[in-house]
Design a protein around this ligand. Structure first.
Ligand code: UDP
Length: 318
């Protein structure tokens, strides 16, 4: 198949690119590298079925030839990124979604949208099933991401209903693994980076807020299964094992053997108190459930960060 992946140089997009190339597909990555990193896909350079196009998909997209899939993963996705790139985030999830849907329609291709557990906002229902409509502050700092992803879902469903587009929507819950940037600002990358450089681990709030962390290989497997499933409504992919942020900090300190202390900082505005996926739908329709527990996933991730640190100056990690 000929597959176009926007955001294919990002953390998740690059792992998906690797997986699809390993299956023998032709993969064309579109990325403007605003939060993505060419190093994530550089190892594929020269692969006869790999192509990279430096492009901002919020602008018109022109791609010659036939395409079987358009997979839209381009968007800043970390709170610090989408706060700084607020308008770019709104644009890539609205204009970028519209442009990529247009390409899929023109090429008679299938379409895959990366959505997020953030569409549930600060949820009042636990765990969160796909049928939950969420609790989102549209004008809060996270609104630029949450609302634009909600719009992207609405637009994708409209193309499905109006134009018969063969579409998929995945709602991705917190994901970690190799290639999550050191300065990405997310909790797993922050804690590992801080622990490995013996800097204090920064817990925002009291550390009792929860997340359920999935290892990137599990997510890519879920995405791959969803591509092959004729299901058009959103599907949660996440790990239902819930941890507090405080527990994660202790685990990272223990696993790295770090001398770091823990410091407490103020909780960002609208930071969700609890997040936990209901994965009943993925289990029954995709026969999917996560395989990698937090400790095993962290081991692989810590090993990767150590490797990265070996090639960089310790002080550049914050
Ligand atoms: N967090 C933290 N310390 C950090 C970074 C994040 O305590 O250095 C908290 C953050 O406030 C949130 C949780 O960890 O409650 C997960 O944050 P992340 O940015 O990874 O993802 P989110 O699920 O909030 O999008």
């Amino acid at each position: 198949m000929k597959i176009v992946i926007t955001g294919g140089a990002g953390f998740i997009g690059s792992h998906l690119t690797d997986r699809l190339l390993s299956e023998g597909h032709h993969v064309c990555v579109l990325d403007n590298l605003v939060t993505g990193n060419y190093e994530n896909i550089e190892h594929q350079k020269g692969h006869p079925k790999f192509e990279f196009i430096h492009h901002n998909v919020s602008n018109h997209i022109h791609l010659p030839g036939e395409i079987d899939w358009v997979i839209h993963f381009a968007s800043p996705a970390s709170p610090i990124d989408y706060l700084q790139l607020s308008i770019e985030t709104l644009k890539v999830n609205s204009l970028g979604t519209h442009n990529t849907l247009g390409v899929a329609r023109a090429k008679n291709a299938k379409y895959f949208l990366a959505s997020t557990s953030e569409v549930y906002g600060d949820p009042l229902v636990h765990p969160q099933p796909e049928t939950y409509w969420g609790n989102v502050n549209p004008i809060g700092p996270r609104g630029v991401y949450d609302e634009s992803k909600r719009f992207a879902e609405a637009l994708t469903m409209a193309y499905h209903h109006k134009h018969g587009l063969d579409s998929r929507i995945v709602r991705i819950f917190n994901c970690y693994g190799p290639r999550l940037r050191f300065n990405d600002g997310r909790v797993v990358s922050n804690f590992i980076g801080q622990a490995l450089t013996n800097k204090p681990l920064t817990i925002y709030g009291d550390g009792n807020q929860t997340r359920s962390f999935q290892y990137v290989d599990d997510l890519v497997d879920g995405i791959r299964r969803l591509m092959d499933c004729d299901h058009h409504e959103p599907m949660n992919i996440g790990n239902p094992h819930e941890f507090t942020v405080g527990e994660l900090a202790k685990l990272v300190i223990e696993m790295t053997g770090s001398k770091s202390e823990i410091v407490y900082k103020s909780l960002p505005v609208d930071d969700p108190k609890r997040r936990l996926p209901d994965i009943g739908k993925a289990k029954s329709l995709l026969s999917w459930s996560p395989k990698v527990d937090l400790k095993s996933g962290l081991e692989k991730t810590i090993a990767w960060y150590k490797q990265q640190l070996a090639g960089t100056t310790l002080n550049s990690v914050g």
